[in-house]
Design a binder for this molecule. Structure first.
Ligand code: UDX
Length: 457
């Protein structure tokens, strides 16, 4: 699959590349640069992770990644826990360490700063370009340059480049090798051109700009995607009230080329390691600089409200959620990943637990990750087991397994046949024919249509 993404005639000068951080971004970047013909060392301070990678064991699920690692390790792709080993002889050092959100809602920069300091201390002789891929507040790459200069070990400052990533989980390998664009920000022309050369074989447009603008492109892109989702979710609520169908509204909108068809699926909102974190960080950054980011704040509020509204509708239907048995279909923040970071399902679990409902969850990939957050969470491998004697099921992630669910069989095992479709993937007409009470997000049902008539009549 991945071998067809880059053609052999695109081979070029092999460079020494070091990637600091073997997370989603770091590991995919490392494997893809190896695929492009470079000598890559991927470094992480997590010894277990590095040991696993040396034995071909992936730390997370990402289609196409195991094949690339297998193809290139250990000849072109090596793994280490040592900064000296990673940085020695490298032409480029990419920083791809985590920037988790603090309790205050701001990105935690301690790992990026520590990594920059340790890279600077490890440099010996040859001076690599330092390329920041970590998403962190606008201006951070500039401050890294001063960290690097003060820690430069007598070898002179390193030239710094901001090169944001736009990798989606589940399609990250393809996104790297077939990017829509590459963004490179640096005041150093030599460094910018050198980084640009690494990406040239991919044939994508390359935007050369300054550091802050490059960092801002990343935040603005994710904020816009999040805004599209919250926009369609707000439209969905209006659709419910007037008795319209948001799926057709989105389809009708998307044929306008200026709008486009992506990110217009209404549901219980966005999650994951990037969108929620980046919108919060941008909103905070704006406020710190004296701006009042009303739209960004509304995007976040609408997103949370999607979860609250689904729970409220269920509560209305059941009278109370206390001791109600809920089958929760989906834990991952989206299908084809085992990642539950900021997953909508986690918010649903917190809300359901608060109301003392009993939850039986089911997810084809994310059960272990969810149990780290909720150690006592009851997770079934089989959705029909999760739905056994349930008063309602909630669809939180649109896994194929749930799209293909046998509704007649589901009806038989449930105590109260209610489906709350948080991703609009079930055929509502068929569900109703089988005796379910079904509701989706922004879809007309008897109640909404009746209410709408009342308003205009
Ligand atoms: C995102 C960006 O797309 C990527 O460019 C960036 O670099 C990292 O963050 P990712 O977090 O992998 O990628 O997820 P994405 O595919 O963007 O989906 C994010 C969330 O939005 C998911 O929870 C998904 O379910 C939700 N979503 C997406 C919707 O609710 N509706 C949509 O129409 C699309």
């Amino acid at each position: 699959m991945t071998s067809s993404l880059v053609s052999p005639r695109q081979a070029h000068r092999a460079r020494g590349i070091s990637i600091i951080g073997a997370g989603h971004v770091g590991l995919v970047t490392a494997a893809c640069f190896a695929e492009l013909g470079h000598r890559v060392t991927c470094m992480d301070i997590d010894a277990n992770r590095i040991n696993d990678l040396r034995h071909g064991v992936m730390p997370f699920h990402e289609p196409g990644l195991p094949e690339l690692v297998e193809r290139h390790a250990p000849e072109r792709l090596t793994f280490t826990t040592e900064y000296e080993e990673a940085v020695r002889g490298a032409d480029f050092v990419f920083l791809a360490v985590a920037t988790p959100t603090t309790a205050f809602g701001t990105p935690d920069l301690q790992y990026v700063r520590a990594a920059a300091r340790d890279v600077a201390r490890a440099v010996n002789g040859k001076r690599p370009f330092l390329v920041s891929k970590s998403t962190a507040p606008v201006g951070i790459t500039d401050t890294l340059e001063s960290v690097l200069t003060s820690e430069a070990n007598g070898h002179g400052p390193l030239q710094v480049v901001a090169n944001p990533e736009f990798l989606r989980e589940g399609t990250a390998v393809r996104d790297f090798l077939k990017p829509d664009r590459v963004v490179i920000g640096s005041p150093h022309a030599e460094a910018s051109e050198a980084v640009g050369e690494l990406y040239e074989p991919l044939g994508a447009p390359i935007i050369y700009t300054d550091i802050k603008t490059a960092e801002m492109v990343k935040y603005a892109s994710n904020a816009f995607l999040a805004t599209k989702i919250s926009f369609i979710n707000e439209i969905a609520e209006i659709c419910e009230r007037v008795g319209a169908d948001v799926r057709d509204v989105a389809r009708g909108m998307s044929l306008d080329k200026r709008i486009g068809k992506h990110f217009l699926n209404a549901g219980i909102g966005f999650g994951g390691s990037c969108l929620p974190k980046d919108v919060k960080a941008l909103s905070h950054l704006a406020a710190v600089y004296g701006s009042h980011p009303q739209l960004l704040n509304a995007v976040l509020e609408i997103n949370l409200e999607q979860r609250r509204r689904l729970i409220a509708r269920l509560r209305d239907m059941l009278g109370s959620l206390r001791q109600a048995k809920i089958g929760l279909f989906g834990l991952a923040f989206k299908p084809e990943t085992d990642d539950v970071r900021d997953a909508p399902a986690l918010d649903l679990i917190r809300m359901l637990e608060y109301e003392e409902a009993t939850i039986r969850a089911c997810d084809p990939a994310a059960a272990d990750a969810a149990r780290i957050v909720f150690p006592t969470l009851h997770v079934e491998a089989d959705p029909y087991e999760a739905a056994q004697d349930a008063d309602a099921i909630i669809i939180a992630t649109e896994w194929q397994q749930f799209k293909d669910i046998d509704l007649a069989r589901l009806r038989q095992v449930m105590r109260t046949p209610i489906i709350a479709d948080g991703r609009n993937v079930i055929n509502g007409d068929e569900a109703r024919r089988l005796g379910f009470v079904y509701f989706g997000i922004g879809l007309p049902d008897e109640t909404t249509v009746r209410n709408a008539r009342r308003v205009v009549a």
